[in-house]
Design a protein around this ligand. Sequence first.
Ligand code: NAX
Length: 332
Amino acid sequence: MKEINVAVTGGAGQIAYSLLPRLISGETFGEDTKVNLRLVEIPQVVDKLEGTIMELIDCGFRQTGELTATSDIKEGVKDADWILLVGSIPRGIVVDGKKIEERSDLLKINGGIFTAQGSAIGEFAKSDAKILVVGNPANTNALIGKNQANNPGQQWFAMTALDANRAKAQLAKKAEVEISAVTNMAIWGNHSPTMYPDPNNALINGVSASEVINDKDWIENDYLPLVQQRGKAVIDARGASSAASAANAAIDTVKAVESPTAEGDCFSAAIASDGSYGVPEGLIFGYPLKTNSDGDVEIIQGIEINNFAQEKIDVTTQELLEEKEAVKDLLS
Ligand code: NAX
């Protein structure tokens, strides 16, 4: 059996609870890969991970390798092949007597976490490690982490797959088709309500989703806000943020990076811009991606961007530039 080292931060959180069993079940890394899992948590809750580990053992998967818990990020990411950065500080928490409500404060607090984690990953994880940032604000956290890691062989992603899955589900429902009929869904930009879930380039049974649905008013005034605000709608209905679907999207992303993308399809994640589609270089930007047969991940080129899409892409780019400006002290 092959062996792989996987580190997950936020190991005691709600997303991790749905995510962890699927990482060691053979589903994500293959039937013939043993997964050594390192769970990383803050010191106050690291002891709880003993219970999580007991449950993971009790799942009885034959792909389960060594299971460990730590509050030391350096130990957690040492020789890691994959690192899922799920842990972060939610809005509304009290830090040093102050309730964190402002996005700029949230950016700075989480940014602080990602400088330390990025630095540990750059130094101690494998030189070809892949890193998926789930914790919000995911794109800018990834920007900080990647910058701090400063290890060009490592590849950083911020998660937009949940947005893509949400968008596919809405298009499938409207067109009254199976969700598997919807492919090529690109999420452009930030994992935030400014994202652009592209309905023109998405395909329903191989035809542009916009053409199949043929209802501009629904696309602009129902579909877009529905997808962009879906996270909030789940919180309002469930009293807690998306967890099972977020874990599922993280698994989807790892699998998409690990296996070649089907011809004519794409997967969605945010990666460092190389200037494609006019996005400033270095921003962690949601693009349509494909994994080649040699395992490299590329931004898909030559996608048509109409005026409406360009306006949306400009707005989400601007938001990411503002986030970058808000954390500029953490990028130097
Ligand atoms: P929880 O609050 O349930 O869990 C977060 C865990 O992270 C906690 O156990 C906390 O102790 C831990 N943590 C905090 N700082 C840490 C650090 N420095 N090192 C290690 N662990 C640390 O949140 P959960 O619902 O699991 O969500 C986790 C993150 O995912 C949040 O930032 C959330 O906003 C984000 N999401 C991102 C999504 C995406 O599509 N990119 C969608 C779902 C989710 O909203």
